[in-house]
Design a protein around this ligand. Structure first.
Ligand SMILES: NC(=O)C1=CN([C@@H]2O[C@H](COP(=O)(O)OP(=O)(O)OC[C@H]3O[C@@H](n4cnc5c(N)ncnc54)[C@H](O)[C@@H]3O)[C@@H](O)[C@H]2O)[C@@H](O)CC1
Ligand SMILES: [K+]
Length: 214
């Protein structure tokens, strides 16, 4: 069953109100995404570059960084803004954990020059919160991703694709694999050319959180 983006936010809020906090959803989302990635790709000693936006899509990417480090990957995060401008509590919380993990390299701002060639790029720039035309520094990050020939993994939805309508913004990521969360959003499967292999993974939200929504 496919759901709307509005329904997803209502279900998320209901689950949170039940005590299944958004940070737990984020943890499960990042963990589920990493499970799909490592099934596909041996990440041991591989260079993984994660572009992280300032909302909760970025937060999922931060969780992935921690898990991937545990799998022996060499992880670099490029936060697309300043750490003090991270928009949500759960994402900030994950950033603060990573600050205690020298195994993950943390970069921030809009300088997109790296001293390595990534084996995998993770797009955790924009998810269901997208609105309007893509702005900098996200545009440059999406260009960087699309100009790279490595394996590309999109968190929830390729950035720049509207998960409700399936329409694309001025610029958008073309990925090899996409993992969305809880249930498929209506617009995503319309653009399999942008998602690559597409999965919807459960993230522990109680089915009761759907009551009155679906
Ligand atoms: N809904 C849920 O149940 C869950 C959502 N999670 C993640 O949270 C994401 C949604 O998080 P958010 O609501 O914080 O939204 P996003 O992280 O998708 O993005 C919102 C931020 O991006 C900025 N933005 C929006 N449009 C932009 C544009 N065109 N150019 C530049 N910046 C733009 C906004 O200022 C906003 O702060 C989902 O996609 C998913 O990855 C997960 O953590 C698990 C649970
Ligand atoms: K994304």
């Amino acid at each position: 069953m496919e759901i709307t983006v509005d329904q997803m936010y209502q279900i998320e809020n209901n689950g949170h109100a039940m005590g299944f906090l958004k940070k737990f959803m984020m943890e499960n989302a990042g963990a589920a995404a990493v499970r799909r990635l490592v099934e596909k790709f041996d990440v041991t000693s591989k260079n993984i570059l994660i572009f992280v936006g300032m909302g909760n899509n970025g937060g999922d990417g931060l969780v992935m960084a921690r898990h991937l480090s545990g799998y022996g990957a060499i992880v670099t995060i490029q936060l697309l803004g300043s750490p003090d401008k991270i928009k949500t509590e759960e994402s900030s919380w994950n950033w603060s954990i990573l600050k205690k993990m020298p195994s993950v390299k943390l970069l921030s701002g809009d300088n997109l020059h790296f001293d390595f060639i990534p084996d995998v790029i993770i797009d955790a720039i924009l998810g269901t919160g997208i609105s309007g035309e893509i702005r900098e520094p996200y545009v440059s990050a999406i260009n960087y991703i699309n100009n790279s020939s490595c394996f590309k993994f999109a968190v929830d939805v390729p950035s720049g694709l509207d998960p409700q309508t399936g329409e694309t913004a001025n610029i958008f990521v073309k990925s090899d694999m996409t993992v969305t969360f809880h249930k498929m959003k209506q617009g995503i499967p319309k653009r399999k050319d942008l998602t690559g292999e597409l999965y919807a993974e459960k993230i522990g939200i109680p089915p009761e959180a759907e009551e009155g929504v679906l």
